[in-house]
Design a protein around this ligand. Structure first.
Ligand code: PXL
Length: 283
């Protein structure tokens, strides 16, 4: 169930994140690159926006021009190849349109697995795109997604459904599947009344539960990003969807177990546990 790490000098698979920067280093592209490293894939980035952020919240942001986002995707795809791709914060409708067009040109979401993480708001509730962005996401990216990975707030934004229990997660998965993605993985982290953390994978026919413990920690910033990027890494390794989802669930569970406090509020999940044994090869 683990992710293979490349032996020194061998070329690992590549994974592309199309995401925003979190200056606090917890979520966004920083989390994605860290997760890619820890899951044994070479991380590529198309940065969509720079957020001014710490554990207290998002204090400002500067979006990258849509054409520059598309150019980053084209540049890495042409030279290094994209084994699998994921989206995070997409910031605006024009960026979403440009990403959808670039993905269509490059086969991302066709022959290349495409994980759409419909990031709508920061941990502290600041919107990471507006209603035009939400419409573009539904119209242009959901039908192209190999797998959609919403948390329960994103389920509510995309479908209007307020999920209160595990049965509600099944209903959400069915509705979202009808919106176009080939698989839906509903993240259960926000179902706080549930003593466990059981994510749900749905392919339009059958449900697969991904069970895990719920930890008492409040330091969960970046957990959703880590789940989606570990899933992307698994797909880049060529794992079938259910195997990649199980591996990603294991990875994020260990990363929440290892989370640490830093700053005044919500600390990040950690990947340091993956580096602990055997990392030092000095004689
Ligand atoms: O966790 C979602 C997320 C993604 N990307 C950026 C973010 C956040 C949450 O804060 O800031 C840039």
């Amino acid at each position: 169930m683990t992710f293979p790490l490349p032996s020194p000098g061998t070329t690992p698979p590549t994974a592309l994140t199309i995401a925003g920067s979190d200056s606090g280093g917890a979520a966004g592209l920083q989390s994605d690159l860290r997760t890619f490293l820890a899951c044994g894939v070479h991380g590529l980035v198309a940065v969509t926006a720079v957020t001014v952020q710490n554990t207290l919240g998002v204090h400002g942001r500067h979006d990258v021009p849509a054409a520059t986002v598309a150019a980053q995707i084209e540049a890495v795809a042409a030279d290094m190849g994209v084994g699998a791709a994921k989206t995070g914060m997409l910031a605006s409708a024009p960026i979403i349109e440009a990403v959808a067009d670039a993905c269509a040109r490059l086969g991302i979401g066709d022959r290349i697995p495409f994980v759409v993480d419909p990031v709508a708001a920061s941990m502290t509730g600041e919107a990471l795109f507006d209603t035009a962005g939400q419409r573009a996401l539904i119209d242009r990216l959901l039908p192209r997604a190999t797998v959609l990975t919403p948390n329960l707030d994103e389920v509510r934004l995309l479908t209007g459904l307020r999920v209160r229990d595990r049965e509600g997660m099944h209903e959400a998965a069915r509705i979202l599947h009808d919106m176009g993605p080939r698989w839906v993985l509903v993240k259960s982290g926000h179902l706080e009344a549930d003593p466990e953390c059981v994510d749900l994978l749905y392919d339009g026919t059958s449900f697969t539960e991904l069970p895990g413990p719920r930890f008492g920690t409040t330091h969960t910033h970046g957990a959703g990003d880590a789940m989606a990027s570990a899933l992307t890494a698994g797909l880049a390794h060529g794992m079938p969807m259910s195997e990649a989802a199980r591996a990603a669930k294991w990875f994020v569970t260990e990363s929440v177990r290892a989370a640490y406090p830093i700053g005044a509020k919500v600390g990040p999940v950690s990947v340091f546990w993956r580096l602990q044994d055997g990392g030092d090869t000095r004689p």
